[in-house]
Design a protein around this ligand. Structure first.
Ligand code: GRG
Length: 294
């Protein structure tokens, strides 16, 4: 199967699962549900859930069991985007090609919708343990990895380091990227592997794959902010320069940065060698993502 077909199938699966689990209750909280759904069901690449499913599939074909965890990760990612767009953070008016959550609703609602999505993520994953009779130890370990990667030693930690914005060299910037962007990319892959029953050594190589992929993905994002298009990115380009943000391109030129993306992608893929043919989709996905001008 071609990567495009595989991606299409997985995206469809994630979309239909998200549609199923998200409710709009006709109660006094209705506006909160609408705000959560507005952002959660607004497209996006669904990269993190797809990575989780891809890692899981190396070990087990019954992907129904990983779906709630994969969708939980998309909820955490969506919450971070809603909060990241707020005036107190990046103050962005557009996300995924339409008004950002606080512009569509209001700031208070956007804050609460983000908070509620974070809670809902753990509710959805925990409910599954009984429903699908999951291995409790694996599920607990996966949730612990997901929780840690979203917190102070992960995405939120990376956000505060970014807000403080003092990067004296490329290594300091890469540290921030490894937390803000990298941590939940890594935990998506690792959680998928844990849930699928991977051994320690297999998790080790998948962790390396995801670390390198996360870095390549973020550098590509920095590049696309200069040479991408609003139509493809779903938000105005040039925002890093306009906001005087330090990015990878503050330290090296664009051609060199493109070489780094290629190098990190190749290294990421090398870590899939132990899985032979079973690593093919994660390998193709890495190539697809880091050549993202499509
Ligand atoms: C506010 C707690 C909190 C955290 C914010 C992830 C994050 C931290 C902010 C998002 C802003 C940003 C540009 C992060 C870099 C990582 C990145 C490229 C995020 C966008 O992810 P995609 O490209 O988005 O997967 P889609 O829309 O496809 O899901």
């Amino acid at each position: 199967m071609l990567i495009e077909q595989w991606l299409f199938n997985k995206t469809k699966k994630v979309e239909s699962y998200l549609n199923e689990i998200v409710e709009v209750k006709n109660n006094p909280q209705k506006m909160l549900y609408e705000s959560m759904n507005y952002s959660l069901l607004s497209g996006g690449k669904r990269l993190r859930p797809i990575l989780m499913i891809g890692a899981y599939e190396i070990f087990d074909n019954n992907i129904e069991k990983v779906m709630p965890f994969a969708c939980a990760m998309e909820m955490i990612h969506t919450y971070s985007l809603i909060h990241d767009d707020l005036p107190a953070m990046d103050d962005d008016d557009y996300r995924r090609g339409r008004l950002s959550n606080h512009k569509m609703f209001n700031e208070a609602t956007a804050i609460l919708a983000g908070d509620a999505l974070l809670n809902k993520a753990f509710e959805v994953a925990l409910e599954t343990i009984e429903k699908y009779d999951l291995d409790v130890k694996r599920a607990a370990k996966a949730l612990s990895v997901i929780g840690k990667s979203s917190g102070t030693e992960g995405m939120i930690g990376g956000q505060i380091v970014d807000i403080n914005g003092k990067f004296n060299n490329i290594d300091e910037l890469k540290y921030m990227y490894s937390l803000k962007t990298g941590a939940i990319i890594k935990s998506s892959v690792v959680a998928g592997a844990i849930l699928g029953g991977a051994k320690e050594e297999e998790i080790f190589f998948l962790e390396k794959y995801a670390e390198l992929l996360g870095l390549a993905f973020q550098i590509e994002d920095d590049i696309l902010d200069i040479i991408g298009t609003q139509e493809k990115l779903g938000k105005p380009i040039g925002s890093d320069v306009a906001n005087e943000k330090i990015t990878y391109l503050s330290f090296i030129d664009i051609e060199e940065a493109k070489k780094h993306v290629q190098q990190y992608t190749d290294e990421a893929i090398d870590n899939l060698n132990i899985f032979a043919g079973k690593g093919i989709y994660l390998s193709e996905l890495a190539k697809y993502l880091t050549n993202r001008d499509h």
